[in-house]
Design a protein around this ligand. Sequence first.
Ligand SMILES: NC(=O)C1=CN([C@@H]2O[C@H](COP(=O)(O)OP(=O)(O)OC[C@H]3O[C@@H](n4cnc5c(N)ncnc54)[C@H](OP(=O)(O)O)[C@@H]3O)[C@@H](O)[C@H]2O)C=CC1
Ligand SMILES: O=C(O)[C@@H]1CCC=N1
Length: 268
Amino acid sequence: MQKILFVGAGSMAEALIHGWVEQKVIPSQNIYITNRSNHERLVKLNESYSVNILEDNAFISEMDLIILATKPKDIFHAMERIQPFISPNTAVLSVLAGIPINTIEEGIGKRPIARVMPNTSATIGMSASGIAFNAQVDDYQKVLYLQLLKAIGIVIEVEEDKLHAVTALSGSGPAYLYYLMEAWEAVGAEFGLTKEIVRELMVQTIAGSAAMLQSGNEEPNVLRRKVTSPGGTTEAGIHALESNRFNEAIYACVKSAEARSRELANGQ
Ligand SMILES: NC(=O)C1=CN([C@@H]2O[C@H](COP(=O)(O)OP(=O)(O)OC[C@H]3O[C@@H](n4cnc5c(N)ncnc54)[C@H](OP(=O)(O)O)[C@@H]3O)[C@@H](O)[C@H]2O)C=CC1
Ligand SMILES: O=C(O)[C@@H]1CCC=N1
């Protein structure tokens, strides 16, 4: 990829830029960024990553790849802006939650489009991304898209409709875990442990549990049982989770996120 333009330079754009620049996948001088109005943000990203600020819409025609990274509600305005300038050869990668590929085709024409759902761990090369392609993406382009995503973590191709579920699980997933960590830190503080100690224990516990699952072939319920001594502390903790409807809360969480993604697809 020679020139890449981010249309929308917010949190997700920064995570991708950070990951790609750090992993040396795309030189920062090949990356361009634009926003609707927040120029200060563009200057900050320029200072942090030496990426270019798009100064003139006419330059859009020179882009090899455009990454759509506005909020879903802002995409229609963004597409109106780029449509007059975008070249027929320019490929597109969208990270927008919910927005279907055919909405993008309607806005900026049929061209190779990948719809991707990454997460913010792209910043450190640890994203878990889902991807779907339109029919215009040939095998060679598929490899290029996948290479880009693999550079910032793992990527799994799914049917486009399944991206709603991917969004609810791994796109939003980091926030659920950070929420859990916030609660963990708060309760740790009640026991008089310093924030630093709780943080260190918690991060290693989560990383260790994920690594156990990744490296072995045991199911989560088997690993859980190995921790849970009859009549012991874990059992007491799990009972409390059950009586506070932990499973129901998780189901409701993921189902609400999936449903919201489908609403976004319908412009709601
Ligand atoms: N954050 C996350 O964890 C993830 C986000 N996503 C998806 O990524 C997308 C961006 O999310 P996020 O980065 O969090 O959002 P942010 O609000 O942080 O960033 C959105 C950016 O889009 C810009 N923008 C708005 N309208 C236009 C326009 N017409 N033309 C150009 N730029 C415009 C905004 O600039 P200005 O301030 O000037 O309006 C802003 O910088 C969303 O669609 C989201 O669904 C996907 C996976 C994970
Ligand atoms: O909250 C959102 O809508 C976006 C999509 C996935 C993560 N953040």
